[in-house]
Unconditional design. Structure first.
Length: 195
């Protein structure tokens, strides 16, 4: 029975597991998102989140403690500089695991683990308030729909105008090239006549 056994050994020795987690943590800190298996991602989350919490207090002791886990001074610098500023207000839960499906070779469950504050898709920066619209009593279109249709009509008209202008410019440049060629020939003819 496995009562109270919380550590997933991931089929590796202790030294191999620590080196692998440190390497994955460095990759996560530097690139903000990595793709791995679900088991490794869950182990990495337990490994890296205490380090991110430790980086909120920028002291020599906390830097040395984090460096003892990561063994990479560039990752430590970016963790204490860039990442600590973004996660300063967050009380925990710095990473997110998004499942991707199964790997083709061995059918392992794959996922993407990322730092929460670096994904613009899921973060709620400022929710734009939608203008309140009312339908007419007869079931007409909303004001927003009418405005959108007029904007698309204006854009289409601008595109048509630009196309016409481009064709006119091309035609005028061809005409000027021909007239310049004729102008260059005329002085030669005149010079021949004078001789």
């Amino acid at each position: 029975m496995r009562h109270g056994k919380k550590i997933n050994h991931l089929g590796r020795t202790t030294s191999h597991r620590k080196a692998m987690l440190a390497n994955m943590a460095n990759s996560l800190i530097e690139s903000k998102r990595i793709t791995t298996t679900v088991a490794k991602a869950k182990a990495l989350r337990k490994y890296v989140e205490p380090l991110i919490t430790k980086s909120k207090t920028d002291t020599t002791h906390s830097r040395r403690t984090v460096f003892s886990y990561l063994q990479n001074k560039y990752a430590v610098t970016s963790l204490f500089g860039e990442i600590a500023e973004k996660v300063a207000d967050r009380p925990g839960g710095y990473t997110r695991i998004i499942k991707l499906g199964n790997r083709l070779g061995d059918n392992a469950d794959m996922c993407m683990i990322e730092l929460v504050d670096y994904n613009e898709i899921y973060s709620r920066k400022e929710e734009v308030e939608k203008p309140k619209t009312r339908r007419s009593r007869r079931g007409g279109k909303k004001e927003d729909e009418v405005k959108a249709e007029t904007k698309t009509a204006e854009v289409k008209a601008d595109v048509i105008v630009e196309d016409v202008e481009v064709e006119d410019v091309v035609a005028t440049t061809e005409n000027t090239d021909d007239s310049e060629a004729e102008n260059t020939e005329k002085p030669d003819e005149k010079s021949d006549d004078k001789e």
